[in-house]
Ligand binder design. Sequence first.
Ligand code: WT7
Length: 647
Amino acid sequence: MNNAKTISHYEDEEQLFFPDSSFSTRANIQNTQIYDSAWVDYKNYWMGEAQKLHWFKPWDKVLEWHSPFAQWFVNGKLNACYNCLDRHLEGWRRNKAAIIFEGELGDRQVWTYQDLHREVTRFANVLRGMGVNKGDTVTIYLPMIPEAVITMLACARIGAPHSVVFGGFSAGALRDRISDAESRVIITADGCWRRGKAIPLKSNVDEAISQCPTVEKVVVVQRTRVEVKMEPVRDVWYHEIMRKTPAGCQCEIMDAEDVLFILYTSGTTGKPKGIVHTTGGYLTGVASTHRNVFDLKEDDVYWCTADIGWITGHSYVVYGPLANGATILIFEGAPDYPGKDRFWEIIEKYRVSIFYTAPTAIRMFMKWGESWPQGRDLSSLRLLGSVGEPINPEAWHWYHKNIGRGRCPVVDTWWQTETGSIMVAPLPGITPVKPGSCTKPLPGVFVDVVDENGKPVVPGGSGYLVIKRPWPSMLRTVYKDPQRYIDTYWSRFAGMYFTGDGAKKDKHGYIWVRGRVDDIINVSGHRIGSAEVESALVEHPAVAEAAVIGRSHELKGQAVTAFVTLREGVIWATELEDDLKNHVAKRIGGLARPEEIIYAGELPKTRSGKIMRRLLRDIAEGRVMGDISTLADPSVISQLLERKIAI
Ligand code: WT7
């Protein structure tokens, strides 16, 4: 930990990369006027984007805004599954590959739109047969396999909101999410493949639902054939019930504002928030941005490496691309198995043309060295994307050179679970880019950087990233907790949505996102709430108090660092540190496992008793300490510094 290097954020505001004319003359968007016209009339702009979807009945009004509650495309009727499947069946697209799936062991499946439609309607009938009605939330806990897409779309077809829980979350985290959503049906798999080993999943479900009285049915996809306990009546095999169920299922006519899904994300309290997305606005946002930011063409092979358990998987693996009739690639496994060129092998094999991944992955590829991609034919690539955290300029250049071979535009896309779709990113045919900046807000989006008082910062200034007008794919509320929606997002600055990020606006109006200014830690592009890790730690019998911070980390962007004080009589030992780390991983999931736990005699607090996390971050990152005059007991710091050096 002592020699941890921090990521360099060297920014060159002058360095502009202009789109190559061979790209820009063929780009979907070539006219820079699009920015201005969308600024002038954003409702009209979004109406035009919504019209590219299939509606059973058009809307009466584009936007009804009772701040902070929005309704988009009021009284419009549509179905997300119909838009992703049925409407592509009319012409030749029905035989186009919708999904190319590569399993970890090298197995392969190709699903045409027709195939996908057949299986989705069949599974929709399975759900209806289980008594799932419009409005009932179904929890999906699956690995990256085609069934994840099939079951999500089947839910959308019958109007049952899905709540997808990332397969890396533990039984405890799964239980909290099932309970909050009150799901009666859970969809899972026996296990998943990871680096050649079968990892059990179903057993986590068993553990989770022993405390979830609402659960009546568990559908289990067979993937690894690891042994599972099947509870009679409650548990059914996916392949068996599918065999007995006919395909063909009428879709539910959904209101534009009916809920499409709930997705839980970490907040600043210990309890995860159920972010609520609705149908019409969400689908408009994801389809539009997917087409425009990735410059989607009919014959593209599009690969977003995100897991379906995150918003990136929802918006840019499933809904955006399928609404646009794209061919998506889904890969089950790890980037280094069996070799460190697995991703490049897949790109070569399927001639992937659009590739969307996270800076943390790029930094890992950098560490492995350029010989891995060099050995592969990556000439099919024409556009690269980045998401999840700020991309440091070194990683940007490496990606551009070694993966894009200097030919492909790189789009850095800023957005959040709450925004539903990309908010700030270049339009690759017209927007010059600066490595490290996500450039400017997309047409129809009003992102800005403001100071403490909500005033826009002057060019060159830094402040808080906000959104000043509603947008179609915005979250509508926090599930069962509208007050939390108001408090978290709409109370910091009057009339503006607060993102939780800090940012700088340069003299050209370009945005440079710095990262979270709240208690959320961004580990490898995944959000972990400090409070969640803290409450897991204090559950442990040895721990009295805990304070958790994110410190910068060379590969992960940020790493979880915990400071703990112990109960009377407990003695600090390496075994205890391991035990605490495992406890957090077991309670939340491997991604929340602290990188290090520092034993503190006492935690630094203000005189009013607030833990000073800023100071802890200074300590963890080995910085010169900031102002400690508000500290109740300054000697706490010198003790901590000694401890940290001892690690
Ligand atoms: C937070 C949202 C939806 C993207 C996946 C993560 C950070 C995301 C960028 C970017 C700088 C970024 C922000 C944001 N973030 N993309 N291109 N540049 N920061 O979704 O889990 O909801 O996290 O990720 O801090 O607030 P999420």
